[in-house]
Ligand binder design. Structure first.
Ligand code: F6P
Length: 259
């Protein structure tokens, strides 16, 4: 893993967290505990690991810190506990990106899966009609973009190998939870069926809606390549990621966006 992902950050299981390599900076992890995320789960009373995931926001190579600041970008890394949340696989609670002060708009996020398997679930709106809902099934090396304003959560889809992913977002990130919690979560819940396969259950607090299940795609229009480490792409050409902190510069690409 170290060789491929272009930056030396090693996920640890006990305690859940990270070891940073030489010349790599990163903070103490923050934890999301089961108690913090219950309101967005299918069964808010479910049993599961006490600490569900560990997050380090603002990691990178020391040499790149100034560029990250200048471009108003931030890499975060997240690693998940094993286990399950009642019938659901281990997953994040889900959020919408709050408005950034710099662009006065919500911002996108780019995910790169490192270990395990992920489903990146996303829906256009958190209203009675959530509009389009997608579940993108991603494996190590896959890159997935979540557009500005969409609500999303990330599922650890392989019960045998917990998920770790890198994400690129705006530096002044903020998360909105209240609307999601008022609906008891997002419009679809993943549940683990026989053979640990994921099935999708509608959240009936939303009106009639569909789910599109898909694989990751190429993002040629953003000049982002699949199968080239995200961090390496940033090192080579940080300019291509300016749309993350300034999504309005590619406004036309967000219309009818398919992840
Ligand atoms: O707000 P939640 O759903 O607990 O998840 C927080 C994590 O989600 C991510 O934004 C990925 O969506 C991480 O970068 C972040 O730390």
């Amino acid at each position: 893993m170290r060789q491929y992902y272009g930056i030396e950050i090693i996920p640890t299981k006990e305690p859940l967290g990270f070891i940073y390599g030489k010349n790599v900076f990163g903070p103490e992890v923050e934890y999301r505990r089961l108690e913090d995320i219950r309101k967005s789960l299918l069964d808010p009373m479910c049993e599961g690991p006490e600490i569900v995931y560990a997050i380090a926001m603002d990691v990178g190579k020391s040499k790149d810190k100034n560029v990250l600041i200048k471009k108003n970008l931030l890499f975060g890394i997240v690693t998940y506990a094993s286990g399950r949340l009642g019938k659901e696989p281990v997953r994040s609670q889900g959020h919408i990106h709050a408005l950034s002060r710099y662009c006065n708009c919500s911002t996108p996020e780019i995910f790169e899966i490192w270990t395990g398997e992920a489903v990146i679930y996303m829906q256009e709106k958190v209203e009675d009609n959530p509009d389009r809902c997608f579940a993108v099934y991603a494996k190590p090396k896959d890159i997935v973009i979540v557009p500005p304003g969409w609500a999303h959560y990330t599922v650890s889809a392989n019960t045998k190998e917990p998920l770790t992913f890198l994400a690129l977002c705006v530096r002044d990130y903020g998360f909105e939870y209240e609307r999601i919690r008022s609906y008891g979560g997002l419009a679809w819940y993943p549940i683990l069926e026989h053979n640990d396969k994921i099935e999708w259950v509608k959240n009936n607090r939303y009106k009639e809606h569909d789910l599109t299940i898909k694989d990751p795609r190429n993002y040629d229009e953003f000049s982002i390549k699949q199968n080239v480490p995200l961090y390496e792409q940033f090192e080579k050409n940080p300019d291509i990621f300016e749309f993350v902190s300034n999504p309005n510069m590619v406004q036309r690409l967000w219309n009818n966006f398919i992840p």
